[in-house]
Write a protein that binds this ligand. Structure first.
Ligand SMILES: Cc1cc2nc3c(=O)[nH]c(=O)nc-3n(C[C@H](O)[C@H](O)[C@H](O)COP(=O)(O)O)c2cc1C
Length: 215
């Protein structure tokens, strides 16, 4: 077996740089530009983001979630509101997002606060999901312990029997979505010699200020 030498595993970042002159006037415009470049580069699931929450005792937790919209209120995702993340966001609406776009030697970090989406927004998105995912949302009380795979399969089959086609599948009570209103958004571009570019937008009384951070 080959020895694991993590200390020697490293890459030099030299694809491009990020200057103050490159910045869009606001972070959502800048995010949109980088997101489009991530799509154009063929990244797998470029809308997959790490969502970090913390419970009332400040213990952090992180997981991948799909970005499903960019609204005036910010970054939108959907989930089970009684999941671990949902319970944590109810107790503490502070939230951080991370887009790990390593093939582009980039990451985007967002610090913000969540607000729940309206029932209409949730219903509109739920209706756009494949029927299987809709039934899965009924079958899964996300983050709670289950006795085994069979229990989940039985819950799915029960939901499928309860909501036969072609009638639409209603939105489960515990299913919902959040918008993360950004307070700060950092655009990080890898550079040679670990001299990376880090430009951060910070929300000001009106508009945004930008600063550069040491890498
Ligand atoms: C690529 C990817 C995308 C995911 N997208 C979502 C999502 O949009 N919503 C969601 O609730 N869970 C999503 N998950 C599952 C979450 O990572 C997580 O397992 C689940 O939400 C429960 O997290 P929690 O117990 O911390 O609440 C995704 C997982 C992966 C790997």
């Amino acid at each position: 077996m080959t020895e694991l030498d993590l200390a020697a595993l490293r890459a030099e970042y030299a694809r491009s740089g990020l200057t103050e002159a490159d910045l869009a006037p606001d972070p959502m415009g800048m995010f949109r530009r980088w997101f489009d470049e991530a799509v154009a580069a063929g990244l797998h699931e470029p809308n997959a983001m790490v969502v970090a929450t913390a419970d009332a005792g400040a213990r952090p937790a992180a997981r991948l979630v799909l970005l499903k919209g960019l609204s005036d209120d910010g970054f939108v995702f959907f989930t089970n509101t009684r999941s671990r993340k949902g319970e944590e966001l109810a107790a503490n609406p502070a939230c951080a997002l991370l887009f790990p776009w390593h093939p582009l030697e980039r990451q985007v970090r967002v610090d913000g606060t969540v607000s729940p989406l309206s029932a209409d927004e949730v219903a509109a998105y739920f209706a756009s999901r494949p029927r299987g995912s809709q039934l899965g949302a009924w079958a899964s009380h996300q983050s709670r312990e289950v006795g085994g795979r069979d229990e989940l399969t039985a819950a799915y089959d029960e939901a499928a029997a309860r909501y036969p086609e072609p009638a639409p599948v209603p939105v489960p009570d515990e299913w919902g979505g959040y918008a993360v209103r950004p307070e700060a958004v950092e655009f990080w571009q890898g550079r040679p010699g670990r001299m990376h570019d880090r430009l951060v937008y910070r929300r000001a009384a009106t508009g945004w200020t930008t600063v550069r951070l040491a890498p």
